[in-house]
Design a binder for this molecule. Sequence first.
Ligand code: 6R9
Length: 650
Amino acid sequence: MSDTNIYRVQPSWKREGTIDNETYLKWYADSINDPDAFWGEHGRRIDWFKPYTKVKNTSFEGDVSIKWFEDGELNISYNCIDRHLEKRGDQVAILWEGDNPAEDRKITYKELHEQVCRLANVMKKHGVRKGDRVTIYMPMIPEAAFAMLACSRIGAVHSVVFGGFSPDALGGRIVDCESTFVITADEGLRGGRTIPLKENTEKAIDIAAKNFVMVKNVLVVRRTGGKIGWATGRDFWYDEELASVEPTCEPEKMNAEDPLFILYTSGSTGKPKGVLHTSGGYLVYASMTHQHVFDYHDGDIYWCTADVGWVTGHSYIVYGPLANGATTLMFEGVPNYPDQGRFWNVVDKHKVNIFYTAPTAIRALMGAGDEFVTRSSRSTLKLLGSVGEPINPEAWEWYYNVVGEKRIPIVDTWWQTENGGILITPLPGATDLKPGSATRPFFGVKPQLVDNEGNVLEGVADGNLCITDAWPGMMRTVYGDHKRFIETYFSQYPGRYFSGDGCRRDADGYYWITGRVDDVLNVSGHRMGTAEVESALVAHDKVSEAAVVGYPHDLKGQGIYCYVTLMDGEEPSDELRKELVAHVRKEIGPIASPDKIQFAPGLPKTRSGKIMRRILRKIAEDDFGSLGDTSTLADPGVVDDLIENRQNKH
Ligand code: 6R9
């Protein structure tokens, strides 16, 4: 990675109130030297029913306890809606662009208020109470945001499950948080194709029932009008229910540390973890990062292309922007439908000022050719953002030169589901940019690099990325399993939060994320554990053993490479390959589709039976010349067969 190209902050990147470098340095120092004073002041950017008197009460030691603004009371939906009504009741809050370019909707703050209140009343009518978990399995339609906000209005805890996940994945998530109320749609629509959300929900409910979690009600939004099954008494139409209740609903007074949502994410082990975020600190952090990282100014049209099923959708489509009274664009479709120019057509159509997307999309569009971009104007754009995986410098340069016409800054934002908001990022008016670097920490964030033994690395270094002190937006626990929270994030390097990412710090103190150092894959910006894909594979009755690793993939960042050992008597075939791909898609969802499957008579194991993934990674990368020491293998002979039959021969 070269850091020779530096893109200096341009005067035109600053507007009134944009944070400059001097301010960044001062605020950063303040935030580190006196977090209580810093966050005590910035915590007031949101409205509190009862002001806090305590600010920070956190410990990364022992039992790990994170509390921010702990005696304050607030309501998230009040902050995202009600407090804007007087000044911007008629301003568009959610600007929706359908999968079909002919379809769009504009929802003002006033309308948002009514929709959210009605839905909150419907949930109350069906017995949903403060603290209850509600599962949201929705397409990218405004009702998904209404559902999240309605939960927050009554103090219910939402668990949004990405609409691309399978019935099994959905069922598992319903069971884990014991949620008895599900909000979904008849079908989703993406790239002209329908997704059977209600049908998947029914299958998931059956799975949940087998695990003794009984879903009592399903609220169904009419999206496509497609034919669906129906259980009278359990299923209700969203529109009919909303019409039957009052249009106002008092927001529940919530403690700052009351849970707001659970979001499942993959780790090194097979089972996704329910990352729990609470209310006050989360909203302060999401709104503050949204304002300063994207240099959001009043009146800007802001578009984040993520799905609400991911944390980026939570913090930067819904909560951050709406807390700031922004117009947030929500897009139902995909970047290449009807063609590869869709993003830029939408930018022109809705006069988008701030655009935030993922490297995988940038790479795919780069591959499609510049004409799809250059035929659009994009003159309204003021800032570009990137998130989800490391952005390679080539893609960064293309984004900067072609999409942004060398005119506007790019913010490469590093953060994770666990973090609640952006941790390492440029600020457009303050930070000189280097393609491929997430640059510097946001206020209150103390990064640290350590070697594998936990020794702190100073200055220019390459190591494991930890954060040494708490910030308001961070997760509080793994839902229902605080021990796992401590083990996963605070045990490898005690007293510090370990991100699972590798990272380099250069001579300017800039951070360069190099990717996961654990058994987590990042495929097109989607996180998944190798163990999850492995357990899906071994659930197939012809598979005896499986090992999954990532390999570099031009478009997806990482591809999924599976080594599969078959049951005795089973023969490898292309047919079976296809069967296994279909099987994994069914078990997890299309995002987990294996790219390569190699049938292997044996896997390289140590004498104690541990699979040596290092070797499997090298072979998947077609880099078997440097396999390193294989003498500890129980049967070194398996390696030759693996090399011989590798699927990525160059
Ligand atoms: C927000 C989000 C988190 C993982 C993270 C890292 C990778 C995210 C990145 C990045 C390099 C960036 N990641 N942003 N790597 N540069 N700007 O994506 O959350 O889905 O939990 O993924 O994504 O590896 O650990 P999540």
